[in-house]
Structure formats: structure tokens, C-alpha cells
Design a protein around this ligand. Structure first.
Ligand code: ADP
Ligand code: ASP
Ligand code: MG
Length: 413
């Protein structure tokens, strides 16, 4: 008998028939002798609708407390409906909102971090074959206000519940067969990975593979929760996200990802002096703007250009702050570009293979795709390119590195 957390995403609970199917799957798992806590998302499209309504009445920055009260209602509908469907099959089920189950978070509305979970309430609900049906994505802060965990946050709720109740595993049930080598919406030939390490998954999630929210993977790694990403539509095995030692196949490239949600800012003609770059970024960090890639180019005349990327939703603010600081620093000009995409390849095997970056750049060059920025780590290479080439880049890189059976490393020159 195992203690299992099952998380069902939006598409999997997208209508009443699907909720009935989920109820049947939960009941099957209980009847097989397991204890099951279920975490659910809002029905597909529901959160988007709520966010759009908040913006219509509340503007670009709706009041944070009311925003969370509103967007958390999507999950509240699903827990009630799923509990009813489980009860209709003759089983006990109790629904819990984040506040009811004691999912305590910090104060940061719409991107709250989980502080603690009251495991006793959940475990009590599981006694004698009962099912706890928990709303994902939401919590409550010290002052009793409803908070939410950021888009895709139900994954993190599920891992937090699994860690709190010391579950044997946390199943993430979704609309694809597992973690795939790339987004199947772009490359239908994307294949399922049997195992992937926490580190690879953290890179993939942060570089755009939205199958898991990045925080959920970090949480799972820190608490040693094995994650099983699998289809909610059939019983086939999915992908285990686990310790590196348990990943048998060290693929050179296990995933190709893309992210269209960043924009580029370039400050030109800055004096090449100690302290200047620090001053350039100070107003951005004060404004809470997260900077991702940074590249500095030195010119012969003793000046320097600094280019960096920020999330698109923070682009306008980043341009405004950069123009202000450019005037103070005597920089020549600030340019911006929203039409960019970041395309990346990720794989544990890159650690022991030379020539992967060179091959990636050659493939993109062969398609006439210009590389604007590059960043690397031990297990990933990312490039920024013009947005219109994002899908083409993903397809050719997937074909070369994954469909052809992996990278053919060239000897180090
Ligand atoms: P859920 O609603 O179940 O949380 P999401 O829509 O958040 O599901 O995540 C699943 C989607 O992620 C898939 O439908 C797929 O289009 C997309 N996706 C992007 N990259 C990947 C990848 N590497 N592996 C699997 N799915 C991916
Ligand atoms: N419903 C929320 C969202 O759409 C949380 C989730 O599905 O994980 O972002
Ligand atoms: Mg999701």
C-alpha cells in the first residue's frame, strides 16, 4: 500500500466527463489499496478567463489581494465537482481550499511561496479510504488573505503536499505522455523521456518547457520527492524526474526548449569603468525586474555596450528605468527589441561532450538564423534569435540532436 499524491492539470479536468474519468481513476487507485490525496487545477481556460476579467476591471496591475481572491476561484470549482463525482462512485471525498488545508504562504500575492503545509488535516481525511481533494495554486498568508503561487502553480502545490505527508510519489497527470524531448505542439515527433534528472528538468522548465512549473521541480529536488509525469488519459508509464544517479541514459541533448516571453534591452556607448555596470542594473533591481542573460561588448574607443533580457511584461518598465540611468551615466543610446526568442538545448551528456555548441551554431547558421546572444551552463546552451525563427530553430535542432539519435561530437580543436 502506497501513499500517493495525484495532480490533475486543467485539460484533464476540462469538462464534466473528464472530471468523471478522473474520479474513476482516483477510485481505482484507492481500490488497489493506496491512500490518495488529489491536487487539482482549474478547468482548462478558466484561469485565463479570470485573469482577463481582472485586467478589464482592475487595469494592467489589478489590486493584488482581490486578484488572488478572484483567480483562486477556478480551483475551488474543481475540488467541489471532483469530490461530488468521487462520492457518486460510493467513496468518501473531502474538498479543501488552500486555507482549509493549511497551505501557509508568504505575503507575495500572485507569486507566493509556500512556508508550510498542515499534513494532519490531509492525513485525517485519508483515513479508511477517504480521498482529500485539494485546490492547487492557492494558499493563505499569516494575515488570513488568500494568495496564489503563480501560473502553473498547482504543480508546486502537489509537490508541497507530497513532501508534507511524506508520500511515496507525486504523480503529475497531464495531457501529454510525460516530459517530451520538445513541445509536441511544434514537433509532433517529440518523444517521451523515461527518466530525467532534477537538474535537467529545472533547466528545461526555466527555459520554457511548461509541462512542470520550475518551482515544483526545485521543491521536489530539495525534499527528495520522486515526480512521475504521466498522461491522465491512459495508464502508461510516463517520465520519472529523479536524482541524477538514477538516470541511466546520459543523453547529450535530452530536450529542446523555446521561450518567447523575453525582450532585449541594449545600452550603447557606456564608459568602460569600474562600477558603471553595477549602477546600470541598480534601478532595475530596485523595481524588482528580473534580468536573465547579460552580454557586454567592448569597443576600441574605451566605451562598452551592455545587452540584457527581461520578461516581456517587465519590458516597458525596464526601458524606462534604463533610459533614466543612461542619461545619468552619459550613455549614448538605449535600444529595445521585443521580437526575440530564446531557444535552448539541455542535456546531462553535454558535460562530457565537446563541440555541441559549435554544432548548434552551425546548424542555425545553415538555416540563415542569426544568433544575437549566447549563454551556457554545464548542461545547457541557449541562444537568443529573432522571434520569427523560433519554431524553425526548434525543429532543426530537434531533428539534428534528438531524431538523429543524439549529437555527433566533433573532436576538440
Ligand atoms: P496541465 O494543464 O496539465 O498543467 P500544461 O499545459 O501546464 O498542463 O503542460 C502540458 C503542456 O506542456 C503540453 O500540452 C505541451 O504542449 C507543453 N510542453 C512544452 N514543452 C514540453 C515538453 N518538453 N514535454 C512535455 N510537454 C511540453
Ligand atoms: N490554474 C492555474 C493556472 O492556470 C494553476 C495551474 O493550472 O497549475 O496557471
Ligand atoms: Mg501546468
Amino acid at each position: 500500500m502506497a501513499l500517493i499524491v495525484q495532480k490533475y492539470g486543467g485539460t484533464s479536468v476540462g469538462d464534466l466527463d473528464r472530471i468523471r474519468n478522473v474520479a474513476q481513476r482516483v477510485v481505482r487507485t484507492v481500490e488497489a489499496g493506496n491512500r490518495v490525496a488529489v491536487v487539482v487545477s482549474a478547468m482548462a481556460g478558466e484561469t485565463d478567463k479570470l485573469v482577463a476579467m481582472a485586467r478589464e476591471l482592475g487595469g494592467d496591475q489589478p489590486p493584488p489581494r482581490e486578484y488572488d481572491v478572484l483567480v483562486s476561484t477556478g480551483e475551488q470549482k474543481t475540488i467541489a465537482l471532483l469530490s461530488m463525482a468521487i462520492q457518486a462512485l460510493g467513496h468518501r471525498a473531502t474538498s479543501f481550499t488552500g486555507a482549509q488545508m493549511g497551505m501557509l504562504t508568504d505575503e507575495a500575492h500572485s507569486k507566493a511561496r509556500i512556508r508550510s503545509v498542515d499534513s494532519a488535516r490531509i492525513l485525517a481525511a485519508l483515513e479508511d479510504g477517504g480521498v482529500a481533494v485539494i485546490a492547487g495554486f492557492q494558499g493563505v498568508n499569516e494575515a488570513g488573505h488568500v494568495t496564489t503561487l503563480g501560473r502553473g502553480g498547482s504543480d508546486t502545490s502537489a509537490v508541497a503536499v507530497a513532501a508534507a505527508i511524506e508520500a511515496d510519489s507525486c504523480e503529475i497527470l497531464t495531457d501529454v505522455d510525460g516530459v517530451l524531448t520538445t513541445d509536441p505542439r511544434i514537433v509532433p515527433a517529440a518523444r517521451k523521456l523515461d527518466r530525467v534528472s532534477y537538474d535537467e528538468m529545472i533547466e528545461m522548465a526555466s527555459l520554457g518547457a511548461k509541462v512542470l512549473q520550475i518551482r515544483s521541480v526545485k521543491f521536489a529536488m530539495n525534499f527528495g520527492v520522486p515526480l512521475h509525469v504521466r498522461s491522465s488519459f491512459h495508464d502508461g508509464e510516463g517520465t520519472w524526474v529523479t536524482q541524477e544517479e538514477d538516470v541511466m541514459e546520459r543523453l547529450v541533448v535530452s530536450g529542446v526548449t523555446y521561450n518567447r516571453d523575453e525582450a532585449k534591452v541594449r545600452m550603447k556607448g557606456v564608459k568602460d569603468q569600474p562600477g558603471v555596470v553595477g549602477r546600470m542594473f541598480a534601478p532595475l533591481s530596485e523595481a524588482g525586474i528580473t534580468v536573465d542573460m547579460i552580454v557586454q561588448n567592448l569597443a576600441d574607443d574605451g566605451s562598452t555596450d551592455v545587452t540584457f533580457t527581461v520578461p516581456k511584461e517587465e519590458y516597458a518598465a525596464a526601458m524606462e528605468r534604463s533610459r533614466e540611468v543612461a542619461a545619468e551615466l552619459g550613455a549614448a543610446e538605449v535600444e529595445g527589441d521585443e521580437n526575440i526568442a530564446k531557444v535552448s538545448i539541455v542535456g546531462l551528456g553535454m558535460k562530457d561532450h565537446a563541440g555541441v555548441a559549435q554544432r548548434m551554431f552551425t546548424i542555425l547558421g545553415g538555416e540563415g538564423i542569426n544568433i544575437q546572444l549566447i549563454s551556457t551552463s554545464e548542461i545547457k546552451i541557449s541562444v537568443v534569435i529573432e522571434e520569427k525563427y523560433a519554431e524553425l530553430a526548434v525543429r532543426v535542432l530537434h531533428a539534428a540532436f534528438v531524431e538523429s539519435g543524439g549529437a555527433e561530437p566533433r573532436p576538440e580543436s
